[in-house]
Write a protein that binds this ligand. Sequence first.
Ligand SMILES: Nc1ncnc2c1ncn2[C@@H]1O[C@H](COP(=O)(O)OP(=O)(O)OP(=O)(O)O)[C@@H](O)[C@H]1O
Ligand SMILES: [Mg+2]
Length: 317
Amino acid sequence: MSKNTIKGLETLPEETVNVLIKNGYKNAKAIAISLAGDLAEDTGLSLDYAEQIIVKAVEKIAKPAMNAEELLDIELKRNKLTSGSTALDSLLGGGPWSGEITEIAGGFATGKTQLCFQFCVTAQLPTENGGLEGKVFYLDSEGTFSATRIGEMAVALDMDPRKVLRNIIVARALDSSHQIRIVQKINEIAQQENIKLVIVDSIASHFRSDYIGKDKIAERQLKIMQHASSLTNLAYVHDLVVVVSNQMVQKIDYVSGGSRHVPALGEAWSHRPQTRLELRKSPGQARMVRLTDSPRRPDGEEVFYITPSGIRDNPNR
Ligand SMILES: Nc1ncnc2c1ncn2[C@@H]1O[C@H](COP(=O)(O)OP(=O)(O)OP(=O)(O)O)[C@@H](O)[C@H]1O
Ligand SMILES: [Mg+2]
């Protein structure tokens, strides 16, 4: 029988390699972006040993330091996913970029889920049409996934709705721990399934309901940070577009005594998405979208419409 090996980690003892592969850690990428606690728990290896293995894996996959011109070429090659609205795309410099997290925050019925559905369809377009030519992993934490609605959006783009739906892998997260584990497992299948887009709709709901009360805040923040790291690594290592929706919460301003609405999950999470959008309702099916944070684009605001065909610049198309 041929010996099991993990490319880049040939120096590990055979029994370690066997236990890693048996538990789904089949390549250096999967190991590099896992958390030591999970690797130890999944494999039965000690925490110290799990940490050493992760360090070795990270050394294998980490890109060497580069000059900024080389980075420019890499940036130019990153995928930008069209939203169906040219106004929203231009706000984002082409749409959400691969390799990073884009957050869509907004109140109820502002169109967060509709935008996520639209991205599921456009992700499957050719790259020259603003697509990613790849599959989608959709993590549904609120039970609002609708295959019928995505089918309608596909038909509106002259795409075969069943083919589009076959390319979307949907997982329903039942609580925040389940959500964290699902994201860690995406890493294992991303490459073999040609996944190019990961959607989390929504990032916040389970964390907000699983950790209630002031005494749980520290624990909640720690879990959110772990989850954010998994998503960041997933985006970076596999060059995926990651789109997460987020709810809005009221924040009291103790200086002015007033309050304002801000995306949920607090300060620690707020620095993790590279790009942040906020949606607001406008009369009819119009929605205002505001870019509030981007590493490359100025803040700005645009309008799009939720139409029967999907997300559009014009209410009648
Ligand atoms: N087939 C459709 N044609 C036109 N508009 C639609 C269609 N389906 C849903 N919408 C509109 O989309 C809006 C709901 O958007 P969506 O479900 O994306 O909200 P959300 O921001 O995800 O809200 P929540 O926070 O409750 O999850 C509604 O105003 C609805 O009118
Ligand atoms: Mg929703």
